[in-house]
Design a protein around this ligand. Sequence first.
Ligand code: 4NP
Length: 158
Amino acid sequence: MKTIQVLTVCLGNICRSPAAQGILADVAERAGVPMALDSAGTAAYHVGNKPDARSIKALLNVGLDIRHQRARQVAKEDFAQYDWILAMDEQNRRNLLQLCPPQFRDKVVLFGEAVPGLHLGEVDDPYYGSDDGFAHMVTHLTELSEAFVEYLRTHKPR
Ligand code: 4NP
């Protein structure tokens, strides 16, 4: 099976998309689906920073370490390189589509809508909320990752 290139994207690249990268990498590895991942933000506010301490902690609680990740902004070259560009929410998806060359638009999808027929919603931004929001984010991202990896495992590559 060809290695599938996946970019997870949120606004700041410190809360949701680093968590999505860590969780998706783990789910894919355990399912035997070869996947190369990175994450990025549509905004540049946090470029070079580690993930938010609350995301790091929520992931450590489920045995995953994302402390090595550093935030970066989405770049034009990402649209050619990645097979899937998974937006955490609708605003992220709209911002990505504004940057995306026309021939790559199909690669940009809402993570919760990546599997045809499944509508698993937006990944809510937990940045301004409580720690509960981060625990909920982990549960939601795990559900999305399991559905996405199962889809990749059972369908032809795009
Ligand atoms: P993320 O969360 O998009 O999941 O990384 C946010 C991080 C930072 C900000 C907003 C959302 N911010 O406004 O700085």
